[in-house]
Structures are given as structure tokens and as C-alpha cells.
Ligand binder design. Structure first.
Ligand SMILES: Cc1ncc(C[n+]2csc(CCOP(=O)(O)OP(=O)(O)O)c2C)c(N)n1
Length: 354
């Protein structure tokens, strides 16, 4: 199956362009946009981990190593497309328009889940794969409305073992809905490696069952993530239905700040892989080899990013603590009696009463 679904790569580990079919579309502004966003998202993620370690942020799921897959695919979207991210997809969400304030959701603030006005970004899905039938539904609605908006839904390798993954793909396939299912195969579902999770060799091949196009890309190659997602979105917009992209990547850190990857994988070996495959250094190698590198600009961008992120942390730290009512009050327009009862019990519990 790996032969039928070969890994698509445009730029190799050394930053060399191996597929020249997109070369005319690779210009300075695109490369600088990629670079800025990649290093920005890495800095954001590292800051978030540090904040959590200092007790200034709740549990946080890092995405370091997955920046190219997220940034590349998100930059391929049109302004009014729809995005359904998971808890790990901050790089995709911020690239598509969410503010750094997304951090506050990890302190329980509801504001962190809201997109800016006019942006179609759903709150991150924490239940695994539940966003996939919703993505199919939104895409079906767009199709009925004759809208040109496409939908992208993000999910991990573990999500493909959930019923919702299959229901989402089936619905989208039956109704030829304009949705791109963007999988980040980071090799692990918490501590479960992919080989214990499924017997199929690739995730891309799961597209066969639904008779939709499925491809496997090098998820650490930002060019592959960008151009292949763009193609899939165009197909969706042209009425050619859904598709599945498997972006093969790697999560460097823990599943969340609450677990320890040394318990389930050999970190030493993994760090070696990191040095060879890192999406950020790979783009830097490309920039240096193809005349796009500008040391001064890189320093300037790093300074700007630091200021932006420090500013966001200041906003975060002025926010009040989580409002417990939010969990209950935003569920329905009018709460059900069970929800009211739950809320009362929980508030009593917090007061230390029975
Ligand atoms: C429906 C559901 N079942 C179980 C969980 C517990 N859980 C949280 S993350 C996770 C693993 C998800 O792995 P994957 O889909 O590969 O995504 P990743 O975290 O690697 O991005 C599980 C099982 C959950 N959140 N939702």
C-alpha cells in the first residue's frame, strides 16, 4: 500500500526542491510568509509550554514538529472557508486568523474559543473525531447553498480508529461534500504507536473505501502541505467532492504537558530524527540554497514575534479566572433541568458543600 500511496515531497530534508512542477509559484513573498509563520508558531508553542511549567497556564497540548503541516495547509485556505481544528491545531487556527488569545482557553476562558468576527473557525474539538461528521455537514450545507466555501477538518492518526471518522468520510463521499479531511499522522495517539492502533500501512488508503482521492504527503515539507491542500480545496470548490490528506509528521514533545513521552518511546532516537527532519530548519536550508535567506530580516522577524507573543501573554494575565458558569450557560439557549441541576451541584461542590 505504501507503493500505491507514496509519500509526496516537493522539498527534501536538505531543503532541495525535488519536484519542480510548482517552482513558478514559489516566490519571495510566499517563502517569507511561510518562514515568518513557522518560526512564529514555534515560538508561540514554546512559550505556552513554559507558561504551563510556571503554573501560569493549564494543561497544554504542544504541536512542535507539526508546524509545516498546520501552517502550510491553513495558508492554502480562502478567507471565508471553514476550519474545524482539534486541541493541537493552534498553528493552523492562528495562521487562519485566530488571535494568540487562544491561549486563554487553556485557562478555561471561553474567549479563547471564539474566532474573530467573520472567520469560520469552530472551537477546537477535544472529543476525538467528533468534528468530522460536523465538517461533512457544514460542507453539505455549503453545497446546498451553492456557496464556493470549502471546509477543512484536522484530526490525528488515532482519530481514524473512531466511528466518527468513518461516518464523516462516508457522508462527505455520498453527498460529494466540499471538504478536505486533513490528517496529521504524528505517529502516536497519546502513548499508543500507530502500529498498535491499526493494521493498515497508511491512513491515505482509508480513502479507498469511500472512493475519494487520498494522498500521503511529507508533513514536514511546507511546500507539499501548502500545494497539495490547495489542490484538494480547489477540487472541493469545483464540485469534485471530498478528499483525504495524510500528512506524515512527528510530535516532538509530550501528548500534553500532563504526560511523559520517555515512558513510551526512545527520546534519544527521536531527537536524531528531529535534527534530520525538522520543518523549520528544512525551510531555512531551502532559503539559504535558493537565495531567499536574509539574516537581517530573520532577526527582525524574531524580534517582532517576541513582542507580539509577550503582548499576548500580558493580555492573558490580565484576564479573570475561569467562570464556571460558562460550561453550562453556553450549551443551549435555554438550559435543560438536568444541566441546571449539574450546575448547582458543581457550584456547591466548589463551595465545599455536599
Ligand atoms: C471520543 C474520545 N475518546 C477518547 C479521548 C481521550 N483522548 C484524548 S487525546 C487521545 C488520542 C488522540 O490521538 P490522535 O487522534 O492521534 O491525535 P493527537 O493527539 O496525536 O494529535 C485520546 C484517546 C477523547 N478525547 N475523546
Amino acid at each position: 500500500m505504501q507503493e500505491e500511496f507514496p509519500m509526496i515531497q516537493i522539498m527534501d530534508q536538505n531543503g532541495k526542491i525535488t519536484d519542480t512542477s510548482y517552482i513558478d509559484q514559489i516566490d519571495k513573498s510566499l517563502v517569507q510568509q511561510f518562514y515568518r509563520q513557522l518560526i512564529c508558531m514555534r515560538a508561540f508553542d514554546q512559550k505556552a509550554i513554559n507558561l504551563q511549567r510556571q503554573g501560569r497556564l493549564g494543561t497544554y497540548p504542544g504541536f512542535e514538529g507539526q508546524e509545516a503541516a498546520q501552517v502550510g495547509s491553513a495558508l492554502a485556505l480562502e478567507e471565508d472557508d471553514w476550519m474545524l481544528p482539534t486541541y493541537r491545531d493552534h498553528a493552523a487556527s492562528i495562521t487562519f486568523g485566530k488571535s494568540y488569545n487562544i491561549l486563554s482557553s487553556w485557562n478555561g476562558r471561553v474567549e479563547g474559543n471564539l474566532p474573530p468576527k467573520g472567520k469560520n473557525i469552530l472551537p477546537p474539538s477535544v472529543p476525538i473525531a467528533t468534528q468530522l461528521p460536523i465538517a461533512a455537514g457544514i460542507a453539505m450545507a455549503n453545497k446546498y447553498k451553492n456557496s464556493s466555501q470549502a471546509v477543512i477538518a484536522y484530526f490525528g492518526d488515532g482519530a481514524t480508529s473512531e466511528g466518527d471518522f468513518h461516518e464523516g468520510l462516508n457522508f462527505a463521499s455520498v453527498f460529494q461534500a466540499p471538504v478536505v479531511f486533513f490528517n496529521q499522522n504524528n505517529q502516536y495517539a497519546i502513548s499508543t504507536p500507530i502500529w498498535k492502533q491499526m493494521h493498515s500501512e497508511t491512513i491515505a488508503q482509508k480513502s479507498i473505501a469511500y472512493e475519494i482521492p487520498g494522498i500521503r504527503i511529507d508533513g514536514n515539507d511546507i511546500f507539499a502541505a501548502y500545494f497539495e491542500t490547495k489542490k484538494a480545496l480547489e477540487r472541493a470548490r469545483n464540485g469534485e467532492g471530498p478528499s483525504l490528506i495524510e500528512a506524515v509528521t512527528w510530535r516532538y514533545g509530550a501528548h500534553t504537558t500532563a504526560d511523559d513521552p520517555t515512558k513510551y518511546r526512545n527520546q534519544k532516537e527521536e531527537n536524531e530524527k528531529r535534527r534530520q527532519n525538522d520543518p523549520v530548519t528544512r525551510l531555512e536550508r531551502f532559503m539559504k540554497a535558493y537565495g531567499f535567506w536574509d539574516e537581517k530580516l530573520a532577526e527582525q522577524i524574531k524580534g517582532e514575534i517576541k513582542e507580539e507573543i509577550d503582548g499576548a501573554v500580558k493580555v492573558l494575565e490580565t484576564m479573570p479566572p475561569a467562570n464556571v458558569n460558562d460550561i453550562y450557560d453556553y450549551m443551549f439557549e435555554k438550559p435543560t433541568w438536568t444541566l441546571e441541576q449539574q450546575k448547582e451541584e458543581y457550584i456547591n461542590h466548589l463551595r465545599g458543600e455536599r
